[in-house]
Ligand binder design. Structure first.
Ligand SMILES: [Zn+2]
Length: 242
């Protein structure tokens, strides 16, 4: 599968994003988590639009899509910075949440999503990312299966991404919500970059709107992804409180 190079130059490798201290680190953390969330929702959209079979929980498949897309779309250094901050995001959510995970939630518990993210991302490049697995306390017994987990995930998603890429550049992902906030600028950039690399068989609408909660979702009826404006302040709080 080709590795796309998106124009995402503002992220630097953050040394300790869990204790984000300055505004640039906090912005990087917020952006990385928004990217992780946006690509999770894009995973849901692709499952629907491409009529992909899903064995197991669709939320897990969307998480996998998010990690594979980040690994495929960005250069290694930027992808690592995003994966690192997104992993801290799950860890921070776990630390900020209740002691007992909401087991009824269709999303996996945050700590499980954290280990899945670290394992898949490490499994994509086990030689160069061993330090990352170490830093994120990925247990050896799990680490041993990560390369295989990545290969399995890639065997499902790789052909889908190749098909989108073969369709070439286009204008199938629509966003017209402006660029006056960090979230909106980020979404505008991601949509432009995605359109410059591939085309979907159907139009997908992206909205950034107020929802009264820090949420994001894909609507299969409207073929639209909504990113709630409330996510940005929520992530800023997580970055500074943990
Ligand atoms: Zn989801």
């Amino acid at each position: 599968m080709m590795r796309w190079m998106l124009p995402f130059a503002t992220l630097a490798i953050a040394l300790s994003p869990a204790q984000a201290e300055n505004s640039a680190e906090i912005d990087n953390y917020v952006e990385a988590n928004l990217i992780s969330i946006f690509y999770h929702e894009l995973g849901h959209a692709l499952i629907d639009i491409m009529a992909l079979p899903v064995f197991g929980q669709e939320e897990d498949a969307a998480d996998t899509a998010s990690i594979l897309l980040i690994d495929a779309l960005y250069d290694n250094q930027t992808a690592t910075a995003i994966a690192r901050d997104a992993a801290f995001g799950f860890l921070d959510e776990a630390n900020a949440g209740e002691d007992t995970p909401a087991w009824w939630d269709v999303h996996g518990p945050d700590l499980q999503r954290y280990y899945n993210l670290v394992c898949l991302f490490y499994g994509a490049e086990p030689d160069s990312r061993a330090g990352l697995a170490d830093q994120f306390d990925l247990p050896q017994e799990r680490a041993e299966s990560c390369e295989e987990e990545f290969e399995l995930a890639l065997s499902s998603w790789g052909p889908v991404l190749d098909e989108l890429s073969k369709a070439g550049a286009g204008d199938t992902i629509k966003y017209s919500g402006g660029t006056d906030t960090l979230t909106k600028r980020l979404i505008a950039d991601e949509v432009a970059a995605l359109n410059s690399e591939f085309s979907l068989p159907e139009t997908l609408q992206i909205e950034v709107t107020d929802c009264d909660e820090a949420n994001a979702y894909y609507d299969p009826e409207a073929k639209s992804i909504t990113i709630c404006t409330e996510f940005e302040p929520h992530l800023r709080d997580l970055a500074t409180e943990n």
